[in-house]
Design a protein around this ligand. Sequence first.
Ligand code: NAG
Ligand code: NAG
Length: 243
Amino acid sequence: MSSSRIAAFIYLFAAIAFLLQTASGADPLLHICSDSGNFSAYDPYETNLRLLTAHLSIQAPPSGFGLASIGQNPNRAHGLALCRGDVSSQDCKTCVVEAGSEIRKRCPHDKGAIIWYDDCLFKYSNVEFFGRIDDRNRFYMYNLNNVSEPGVFNAKTRELLSELANQAYGNPKMYAAGEMELYGSEKLYGLTQCTRDLSNDECKKCLDGIIGELPSCCDGKQGGRIVGGSCNFRYEIYPFVKA
Ligand SMILES: *[C@@H]1O[C@H](CO)[C@@H](O)[C@H](O)[C@H]1NC(C)=O
Ligand SMILES: *[C@@H]1O[C@H](CO)[C@@H](O)[C@H](O)[C@H]1NC(C)=O
């Protein structure tokens, strides 16, 4: 399959996921099984993965982020779990537990995989990936409705997200949410977030990279997200961040 077909597929899938997601908040947005290797039942890798998943579901909820490696090479498993910055510890735990079980059903034999929900991201691999920007796992979601003044709206969106990127990379939680006046009484709401294995500089680089993709993702759309393995943004014309 050519990479453009994969991109088109993910794009379509993302649009469908967006429609389905309004029906139930607990459905995954998307998952990707990686091609870094396979394992079979009773493989030591499976045990390490199970321990890693259990560990992250305890480690992540208090702060919203967990990062760990379990086992010895060649069966060592590396993983992270990240909850959206406004999600409670309780909801974070629910999401990470669900993610850890669902991804194993969807990618039962793959040594690496990633799954995204509204509330959290869960990723693991046999290849150590900490501190490096994940350029491979990324997808777009957008509201199918167009805004009436795309020129002004696109500029405002970029301005808000750039401001939030600057706040996020300097913040210990690598998360920022905020709002901005649009026209009249309307407002634009946004958030930006990075996984906390990145340095401040890498977080900024990651967010600047996806914000640069706004024209291909979300040109003139009432809402949009670029969701990656290391950072993401979202904007909407309605409030979506929990107080
Ligand atoms: C992994 O499993 C898939 C599906 O069964 C298979 O297509 C692929 O060749 C396998 N890869 C390796 C490295 O064994
Ligand atoms: C939004 O604009 C695009 C491109 O002009 C168009 O194809 C699409 O049908 C529009 N969507 C809606 C919901 O009107």
